[in-house]
Design a protein around this ligand. Structure first.
Ligand SMILES: [Zn+2]
Length: 85
């Protein structure tokens, strides 16, 4: 323990991309087992990633507002880096 959900958000992106070291992967897996918030977030992230690939806007995110904001910020940054938008 020690880490909070928000501390995981930046890592979740790499987790989904599969670009993460195995210790951290395991840590996230363990966290997901006990944390519904992050499971929802992973689910949303995956959907969001496919939406982004189709060029659609991020809408209908059903997350607690602090997570949603953080997620949105992270995704914006991520997609800007990836596609230079
Ligand atoms: Zn969590």
């Amino acid at each position: 323990m020690g880490k909070k959900c928000l501390d995981y958000i930046n890592d979740l992106n790499d987790y989904i991309d599969g670009q993460i070291d195995s210790d951290l992967y395991q840590e996230i897996e363990n966290h997901l087992k006990q944390c519904e918030n992050c499971r929802i977030m992973i689910d949303t992230l995956k959907k969001t990633v496919s939406l982004c690939r189709e060029g659609k806007e991020l809408k209908e995110l059903k997350l607690p507002p602090p997570l949603e904001k953080k997620l949105n910020d992270m995704l914006k940054k991520h997609w800007q880096e990836k596609f230079g938008k």
